[in-house]
Design a protein around this ligand. Structure first.
Ligand SMILES: Nc1ncnc2c1ncn2[C@@H]1O[C@H](COP(=O)(O)OP(=O)(O)OP(=O)(O)O)[C@@H](O)[C@H]1O
Ligand SMILES: [Mg+2]
Length: 312
């Protein structure tokens, strides 16, 4: 059986998570035993899809001892990953919860420099195997060395083969990444505002028109606890999230994308697929620490929100 979804992660991370009694300056902050998780947008989307029982391949750049640990964590989770090996070590991302204030500190590094032959190879690998997939999800930041228009080069390959392209990134990678169009983009508040500032649009509707004219078919603007807006040629629609107790906000955005794509692979109507994204994000937010959504909970939340039952 061909797998339906390919995720692409150019800048994965080994996520190192811990807690400290109190985070202070100028002194050693003693932390609890760390928990290691695979990280990076596309990798997390593949992990969410796995929980939702959707087969996905995760293409990712890995290197060094941190890359080895990342691969063994992915193996443990039975994620079908397609590594592109480099010499330099995969970056680590560090997240520390201050037990005193319950606030979380997140430190993120740029990632190793990628040579041209590596990012070009990823484009040609995708081109060579595109017939195996219906959906390509490009998610996360680009490491140094990769051109800002990398995601639009990837879009060209995916869209010319009549496959669906989902892009979730930020900054220059997003601004340059939408220039060849996309089936879905998922900017959060900050990313949407950045697009707005960089475009010549005078207001939100003008930006949506510009994006649509440019071949971006669906803009899914997530607004954290304020919900989600869907904009496309048919108009706009608002999705309200369920009232939940947030345990940890790690992975909400990636869970949203995973849920959305899971819904799309089930041929759900776009509104229903967006609700599936909302439900997946809610389930992840309710779960403790770095754990992701639970499929039974996602189905329950989705049924409540949309009135439709989905089998996974
Ligand atoms: N407090 C909340 N209650 C319910 N749902 C929430 C809450 N916060 C976020 N969500 C859900 O998660 C979705 C994605 O959240 P958000 O807009 O913060 O994405 P993001 O910034 O990409 O996330 P991340 O920080 O993981 O990258 C929202 O559209 C919403 O459905
Ligand atoms: Mg995000």
């Amino acid at each position: 059986m061909s797998r339906q979804v390919l995720t692409v992660t150019m800048n994965p991370a080994l996520d190192v998570n811990s807690k400290a009694g109190e985070v202070v300056t100028d002194q050693k902050v003693r932390c609890e035993k760390p928990v290691y998780d695979p990280g990076g947008g596309g990798i997390n989307v593949a992990r969410v899809l796995k929980r939702l029982k959707i087969g996905a391949d995760a293409k990712c750049v890995v290197g060094g001892v941190t890359g080895d640990l990342l691969k063994s964590l992915l193996k443990q989770e039975k994620i079908n990953f397609l590594p592109v090996e480099i010499e330099q070590a995969t970056r680590e991302s560090i997240s520390i919860i201050d037990n005193k204030t319950d606030k979380q500190y997140r430190f993120v590094f740029p990632g190793p420099q990628l040579e041209k032959n590596i990012w070009k190879r990823i484009l040609s690998d995708v081109e060579d195997t595109i017939e195996d997939y219906e959906f390509v999800v490009a998610s996360g930041s680009l490491p140094p060395g990769v051109p800002d228009d990398f995601y639009s080069r990837l879009a060209e390959i995916v869209l010319k083969n009549d496959k669906k392209y989902i892009l979730d990134t930020s900054g220059d990678a997003l601004y340059e990444g939408i220039k060849s169009g996309a089936s879905y983009i998922k900017p959060n508040e900050e990313e949407f505002d950045e697009l707005m500032n960089r475009s010549e649009a005078e207001n939100r509707d003008e930006l949506i028109d510009q994006l649509s004219d440019n071949g971006v078919e669906n803009i899914i603007h997530t607004l954290g606890k304020d919900g989600t807006m869907l904009y496309n040629r048919e108009g706009k629609q608002k999705f309200t999230p369920p009232e939940i107790e947030v345990n940890s906000s790690i992975g909400a955005g990636d869970s949203f994308v995973g849920g959305l794509v899971a819904g799309l692979t089930k041929d759900l109507k776009i509104e229903d697929a967006v609700y599936f994204g909302v439900a997946s994000a809610a389930s992840t937010l309710q779960s403790p620490g770095t754990s992701l959504c639970d499929s039974d909970e996602v189905k329950k939340i989705h049924a409540k929100l949309s009135g439709n039952e989905i089998s996974l």
